[in-house]
Design a protein around this ligand. Sequence first.
Ligand SMILES: Cc1cc2nc3c(=O)[nH]c(=O)nc-3n(C[C@H](O)[C@H](O)[C@H](O)COP(=O)(O)O)c2cc1C
Length: 133
Amino acid sequence: MIRLMYCSQAKPGFGSQTLEEILLASRKNNKQANITGVLVHGGGLFLQVLEGPELAVLRTYMKIVDDKRHTDSRIIHITPIKDRIFDNWTMGVLEGNPLTFENVAKLRAHRLETVAADSFTEVIREFESMLLR
Ligand SMILES: Cc1cc2nc3c(=O)[nH]c(=O)nc-3n(C[C@H](O)[C@H](O)[C@H](O)COP(=O)(O)O)c2cc1C
């Protein structure tokens, strides 16, 4: 298995309805592909973690990169893994401000939830330190 984390920029006009559409498709497809993860959305940015079988994650990421609802997708981190972090989230979502990483850790047990978030940068920092540990 691998874990891939990327960030990207939402296209102007991106709204909650579009996010809902993305999540609907993600949860259906990711379940089939044995992919779990989280999508953080705030300040016009996305941060997403995808984890699962290597080929499935890379195929999914290739689809995502081509998606016209966002731009400038950059892989931040990619690594082989033995264990999942978001093992019971087909695609969790964190939205808005503010949130500390502690909240994210607590929420791992609750898939399919939308949660208020503290600060997008803080989440990214926390994610990075967690993944690099
Ligand atoms: C920020 C962002 C994150 C996305 N995450 C996923 C995802 O985790 N899984 C997924 O299947 N599609 C995801 N998508 C949607 C894909 O780009 C694509 O629209 C979708 O997979 C097509 O699904 P379909 O073939 O069932 O219509 C994401 C799109 C965006 C813009």
